[in-house]
Design a binder for this molecule. Structure first.
Ligand SMILES: Cc1ncc(COP(=O)(O)O)c(C=O)c1O
Length: 374
C-alpha cells in the first residue's frame, strides 16, 4: 500500500513558515505577557483590516466567540435563534448554553448552506405558535463558502432579527466583494488548527462594526470586567486568546491570501476531474469565493468510497453523519422539515484539502475516487 496521506498537511505549512514562526513564538514567550499581550491587539487590528470590519475581538475558541456575541446581545430564555440543521454542534450548542432555544432550519442541497425558504417557514411557525420570541439567525458558511446572504439579509431585515454569521469555516471567504467577518451584525470565527486560518491550539475571534458591542465583548471575555480590573458590571467568562497563539496567527495571516489562491486552484482541479453523473462536486454561488475549508463531494455509496480510499491510504471524513437537529441532545428543540440535511448526511464525503496538496498527490486521490465510484 502507498504511504498514507494526511487529511490536512499542517507540517508543510510549518516548513514554509520556518524561522519567522520560530522567532514570533520565541518573542511571545520572552515577553512575559502571555495572556492578551500586545501581539493579541496587533492581531486584532490585522484581522479587522483583512476582513474589512471595524472591530475584531480575539477569544479562546470559535464556540466562545459565538456565545460571547449571543450573551452580549442578551439573548436568553424565551428567545428563538434559527440555526441550520446541517452544521457542527457548536452552532446550536451556544444557543442552548445561552439559555435560548435553537430552531433548526434546512439547508440547500447544492451549497449545504441555510435555505432562505426554510428560514421563512421556521420564522412563521415560531411566530404563529407565539411561545418564543424570534430573535436572531446564525447562518453558517459551511465548508468555507459564504451562505447566500443576498437572500438571507432581506429576511433578517424585514423580520427585525439579529444576524450572527458563523464564519468558523469561512474566514477569508468573499461574497460580492465583502469578506466574511464583515457580513452580519456580528460574526465569529475559529482558529482551530485545521481551519483555513488556524493556530497551534484553540483560538477564536468575534467581528463587528458596532463599537458598543465590541466593548461589551472585551468585557465579557475578561469575566465581565468594567473600567477597573476588579469591577464587574456584568457576568462574563474567561475566554482570552493566548499571546503565543496570536503571534502564530499573525505569521500565518501573512501567507493566508496566497493559501486561499492555492486552495481555489486545487478545488478547481478536483471539480474538473471528478464531476460526473456518479459524483456531485461542490457548487459555489455566483459572486462568492470559498476558502475551501473542506472539499466535499456527494456519492450514492459513501461507505464503499471511504473504505476503498482508506485501503489506498487516503483519509476521508463525513461532515456531518447526523444533522444537528436529529442528535439526541437537540431532539427536543423545534425544527422545520429538513429533508436536504437528512439526505446530505447520507451522501457527503470530504477529501483531503489543503494549500500544499501537490498535483501528483491530488492525482492519486482523484484516481482512487474514480476507481472506487466506477
Ligand atoms: C461551523 C462551526 N462553528 C463553530 C465551531 C467552533 O469552533 P471551535 O472549535 O474553535 O470552538 C466550528 C469548529 O469546529 C465550526 O465548524
Amino acid at each position: 500500500m502507498a504511504d498514507p496521506l494526511p487529511f490536512v498537511d499542517l507540517q508543510a505549512q510549518r516548513r514554509r513558515l520556518g524561522d519567522a514562526l520560530n522567532r514570533a513564538i520565541a518573542e511571545a514567550v520572552e515577553s512575559g505577557q502571555w495572556i492578551l499581550g500586545p501581539q493579541v491587539s496587533a492581531l486584532e487590528a490585522s484581522l479587522a483590516a483583512f476582513a474589512g470590519v471595524k472591530h475584531a475581538v480575539a477569544c479562546a475558541n470559535g464556540t466562545d466567540a459565538l456565545l460571547l456575541i449571543l450573551r452580549a446581545w442578551n439573548i436568553g430564555p424565551g428567545d428563538a435563534v434559527f440555526v441550520p440543521s446541517f452544521t457542527f454542534a457548536a452552532t446550536g450548542e451556544v444557543v442552548a448554553l445561552a439559555g435560548a432555544t435553537p430552531v433548526f432550519v434546512d439547508v440547500l442541497a447544492d451549497t449545504f448552506n441555510m435555505s432562505a425558504a426554510s428560514l421563512e417557514e421556521a420564522i412563521t411557525t415560531i411566530r404563529r405558535k407565539g411561545e418564543l420570541k424570534a430573535k436572531a439567525v446564525i447562518p453558517v458558511d459551511l465548508f468555507g463558502q459564504p451562505a447566500d446572504y443576498r437572500k438571507l439579509e432581506p429576511i433578517v431585515e424585514r423580520e427585525g432579527l439579529l444576524m450572527l454569521c458563523d464564519a468558523a469555516q469561512s474566514f477569508g471567504a468573499i461574497l460580492d466583494g465583502r469578506r466574511t467577518g464583515s457580513i452580519g451584525h456580528a460574526a465569529a470565527t475559529s482558529f482551530f488548527p485545521a481551519k483555513p486560518l488556524g493556530c497551534y491550539g484553540d483560538g477564536g475571534a468575534c467581528f463587528t462594526n458596532d463599537g458598543g458591542l465590541a466593548d461589551i465583548l472585551r468585557s465579557l471575555r475578561m469575566h465581565g470586567q468594567g473600567a477597573d480590573r476588579y469591577e464587574h458590571p456584568r457576568i462574563g467568562m474567561n475566554s482570552r486568546l493566548d499571546t503565543i497563539q496570536a503571534a502564530i496567527l499573525s505569521e500565518k495571516l501573512k501567507i493566508f491570501p496566497d493559501e486561499i489562491v492555492q486552495r481555489e486552484r486545487i478545488a478547481r482541479r478536483y471539480n474538473a476531474r471528478l464531476a460526473s453523473n456518479r459524483i456531485r462536486t461542490p457548487s459555489v454561488i455566483e459572486g462568492a469565493q470559498s476558502v475551501w475549508a473542506q472539499y466535499t463531494i456527494q456519492v450514492d455509496n459513501k461507505t464503499k468510497l471511504q473504505s476503498d480510499l482508506k485501503d489506498a491510504g487516503i483519509p476521508t471524513a463525513v461532515y456531518y453523519p447526523i444533522p444537528l437537529g436529529r442528535q439526541a441532545a437537540y431532539a427536543g428543540f423545534p425544527s422545520a422539515p429538513t429533508p436536504n440535511s437528512d439526505a446530505l448526511s447520507r451522501s457527503v464525503v470530504s477529501l483531503p484539502m489543503h494549500p500544499y496538496l501537490d498535483e501528483a498527490t491530488q492525482d492519486r486521490i482523484i484516481g482512487a475516487v474514480l476507481t472506487s465510484v466506477g
